[in-house]
Design a binder for this molecule. Structure first.
Ligand code: UT7
Length: 329
């Protein structure tokens, strides 16, 4: 590797509107008890009707640039990881590039579901490591409420809206990325997907009437996949970096289900006090989860220069991604 790449600054945007489990009790046949016990979620944020994904990206991006002390004109590239772009095309990243005034940046969206931020960070860090670029903005953002079936209790209780961003750039040698792993299991593609609106099933009256434009999920299968892959990929990145779980100062797991996180904690044998959890407040914000968690932890003074930070995510695809960073800030 040429240059060391790490996170220079973070930022997040969470809509103000809170939707509690009690609000959901009025929409579908569910209960606060069921949702808390089976998922750990108590409330989630919902974007107002005027807000699209790029609007939340912009707020998170501005906060991350400020935190990093980097100007928008310095950015070489903007990557937006999302499953809920403003439009099918152009990319949400291009809309962000314009509104941010990032005059010298390339821009593209990346589709890796809830693993999207880890995928985006991997691309960014390697472009910096190669010397091609100096500053890359990686955003994970979702307005999942727009593709939620508010009549399906199996899915509508799980997700929330939000955005998180990180400025990725050169850091001192020995800091930043220590190891990375990206993976996929496309045989599970139909376990979590939006059936209509793409080239396979373009939008028709029937697809709209049949709820084809909403999230469809086989929760049990995704659960089994997540329970297996999270500890496994964490162990592999630790081994790649020549570290053990005892060396990890903080674990940031994807926030999909408290029970999935607890399972990973048990298998990894990590002290739960070192595991960042905010699923109770925001639910599953997909690609936004990890950068929102990093932002919160940093703002609350829980991340220190030199900390070994382990990040792990999984999602539609199916995909997974994990990375080990030596915190550089
Ligand atoms: O970022 C990746 C995104 N997705 C995930 O990570 C999801 C992974 N999967 C999960 O988190 C869990 O599988 C769920 C939370 C989705 C479901 O939990 P579960 O413990 O696997 O429940 P289940 O699917 O086995 O359902 C048990 C029962 C069912 O009723 P019957 O068939 O036993 O009568 C469901 O219909 O719970 C019912 N149920 C609900 N009841 C009240 C499902 N959703 C609800 C609900 N409220 N919201």
């Amino acid at each position: 590797m040429g240059f060391s790449a790490g996170i220079l600054g973070t930022g997040a945007c969470l809509p103000e509107k809170v939707m509690t489990n009690f609000d959901l009790e009025k929409l579908v046949d569910t209960s606060n008890e069921w949702i808390v016990e089976r998922t750990g979620i108590r409330e989630r944020r919902i974007a107002d009707p005027e807000t699209a994904t790029s609007d939340m990206c912009l707020k998170a991006a501005r906060a991350a640039l400020k935190d990093a002390g980097v100007k928008a004109e310095e950015l070489d590239l903007i990557i937006v990881a999302t499953a809920t772009p403003d439009y099918m095309f152009p990319s949400t990243a291009c809309i962000v590039q314009d509104k941010l005034g990032a005059a010298h940046a390339g821009a593209f969206d990346l589709a890796a579901g809830c693993s999207g931020f880890v995928y985006g960070f991997s691309v960014a860090s390697q472009m910096i490591a190669s010397g091609l670029y100096q500053k890359v903005l990686v955003i994970g953002a979702e307005t999942l409420s727009r593709i939620m079936d508010w009549t399906d209790r199996n899915t509508c209780v799980l997700f929330g809206d939000g955005a998180g961003a990180a400025v990725v750039g050169r850091v001192e040698d020995g800091y930043g990325v220590l190891a990375l792993e990206l993976g996929s299991k496309g045989s599970g593609a139909m376990e979590l997907y939006q059936p209509a609106g793409g080239s396979r099933r373009p939008a028709t009256h029937e697809t709209v009437d049949g709820h084809g434009h909403f999230i469809h999920m086989n929760g049990k299968e995704v659960y089994k996949f997540a329970a297996r892959i999270m500890p496994a990929t964490c162990k592999r990145v630790l081994a790649k970096a020549g570290l053990t779980i005892g060396d990890v100062d903080m674990l940031f797991p994807h926030q999909a289900n408290q029970r999935i996180i607890d399972n990973a904690v048990k298998h990894l044998k990590i002290d739960p006090a070192k595991v960042w959890v905010n699923i109770d407040k925001y639910g599953n914000t997909s690609a936004a989860c990890i950068p929102i968690c990093l932002t919160e932890a940093q703002r609350e003074g829980r991340l220190h220069k030199g900390d070994n930070v382990l990040v792990v995510a999984f999602g539609t695809g199916l995909t997974w991604g994990s990375m080990l960073l030596k915190w550089a800030k």
